[in-house]
Design a binder for this molecule. Structure first.
Ligand SMILES: [Zn+2]
Length: 71
């Protein structure tokens, strides 16, 4: 038994990794600060129409391309 009543916090870490076709870097698409702007997408969504052909921007080089989301 713990002697403290303080809750231990566990933090979800969500990443959306892919290889950019332009700069060939492995990037986390969520590093693009505009990723969630006007986007209706659930966390970890995949296999749905709106998780296919998703327009993304490479956070490293700024290249725009489309991805299909998998989990
Ligand atoms: Zn890139």
């Amino acid at each position: 038994m713990s002697s403290s009543d303080e809750a231990i916090i566990a933090t979800w870490v969500v990443r959306l990794d892919c290889k950019c076709p332009s700069c060939n870097e492995q990037v986390n698409l969520l590093d693009d600060v505009d990723f969630w702007d006007d986007r209706k997408l659930a966390l970890c969504e995949h296999g749905t129409n709106r998780s296919k052909g998703v327009d993304v921007t490479c956070p490293k080089c700024g290249h725009d391309f489309e991805v299909e989301l998998e989990y």
